[in-house]
Design a protein around this ligand. Structure first.
Ligand code: SF4
Length: 365
């Protein structure tokens, strides 16, 4: 989602006559489009602002989730920052830059409002043949460790015809691969077909009919909302890539309940079996968090066993860090760093071996 937001900001600024440079030293303006999902990512941004902001005076903007998370506090936290602009305000980025440049004023733009539909038509894609297209914004799931519902707001869907229109315009402009984006695409339309929204499998069908489109992917699918109909659409629509990113996060039912994920390890395993029985040779990837508060060795073993049994093609494995506003942040972060590190390394090693063996097998098959 952040990658797409960066593209949108670039598109809007290029249209206003700004030029891009790959060399931060040469830049007069530095914009940091940020993610708040992990503490480590935030720490890196603060340190990069300090490092790159040194020397010649530059106008510095903090955009995205960290802006929404820290609001006014960002100015005191990093005095070099001139603009603090949340994800819902990026449509006005050119205006905020002008204010900061001309009036030499600090600009705070963190209203919580639905994004303007024009954001989605900024007409700028980083790659010549690939486009990210947003299908929904925000999230209502409130997983106990996750800051997204607090910084990106409640779940809202774009109308299907607006998504198809954007996809068609992209394909007409030479794009042949599209990835549909949402924090949880499986929830698209699940709350009733209002305001031009349909079910996600139906949306895939609609977009797939665009002439010239060669590949259609989507991320992310929350296990609790992912149904057989999606797998059938993946099987039946030739242009849809047979790749499912369905984060398990943990293999322990106790931890999953504390995470407020809405499924058990058994339900997750059954869903994987269903996927594999319908989508022949479909790829599967997951996210895992190790060291969630109170995670015992037994809980971790359950996660390890899940990863070992399911044999994901790939997995993103993270060490837990408390995020502001979240429920989990009220719990003691009581798994020692050394234990988190060891569990992280163990799971990573397991996944590396599985990924390599699956690749080898695919080559010889
Ligand atoms: S589904 Fe959970 S982890 Fe994903 S964005 Fe929503 S709250 Fe965060």
């Amino acid at each position: 989602m952040n990658v797409r937001d960066s593209e949108v900001v670039k598109g809007l600024l290029l249209a206003e006559g700004y030029e891009m440079t790959d060399d931060p030293k040469k830049a007069d303006i530095l914009l940091f489009n940020t993610c708040s999902v992990r503490q480590h990512a935030e720490d890196k941004v603060w340190s990069e602002i300090g490092r790159l902001g040194r020397g010649k005076r530059k106008t510095i903007g903090l955009l995205g989730c960290m802006a929404q998370n820290y609001k006014k506090e960002a100015f005191s936290r990093s005095p070099g920052v001139d603009i603090v602009c949340g994800p819902s305000e990026i449509d006005n980025i050119a205006l905020y830059l002008e204010e900061a440049l001309k009036k030499q004023e600090k600009v705070l733009a963190v209203r919580e409002r639905p994004r303007a539909e024009e954001i989605y038509h900024a007409g700028f894609y980083e790659k010549k043949d690939h486009a990210y297209i947003v299908v929904s914004e925000g999230c209502d799931n409130f997983c106990s460790y996750c800051v997204v519902p607090y910084v990106r707001g409640r779940l809202r869907h774009r109308p299907a015809d607006a998504i198809v229109r954007e996809a068609r315009a992209a394909v007409d402009a030479g794009i042949s691969r599209i990835t549909l984006l949402g924090q949880n695409v499986s929830a698209y339309g699940a709350d009733g077909a209002e305001n031009g929204v349909c079910g996600f499998p139906e949306l895939l069908e609609k977009v797939s009919k665009i002439k010239g489109l060669k590949s259609l992917s989507f991320i992310t699918s929350h296990p609790k909302d992912t149904k057989k109909e999606l797998f059938e659409a993946m099987r039946d629509i030739p242009v849809v890539r047979k790749y499912l990113h369905m984060p398990a996060q943990s293999g322990s039912d106790r931890v999953l309940a504390m995470m407020n994920r809405g499924y058990t390890a058994k339900i997750y395993r059954e869903l994987v079996d269903l996927y594999r029985s319908i989508v022949y040779n479909g790829e599967l990837s997951s996210d895992f968090i190790v060291g969630f508060p109170t995670e015992s060795e037994e809980d971790f073993r359950a996660t390890y066993e899940l990863a070992k049994d399911v044999r994901f093609d790939s997995a993103f494995i993270f060490k837990y860090s408390a995020r502001p506003h979240t429920k989990a942040a009220q719990l003691a972060d009581d798994v020692p760093q050394a234990t988190k590190k060891r569990r992280h390394a163990e799971l990573l090693e397991l996944q590396k071996n599985i990924s390599q063996s699956l690749k080898k097998h695919a080559k010889t098959a």
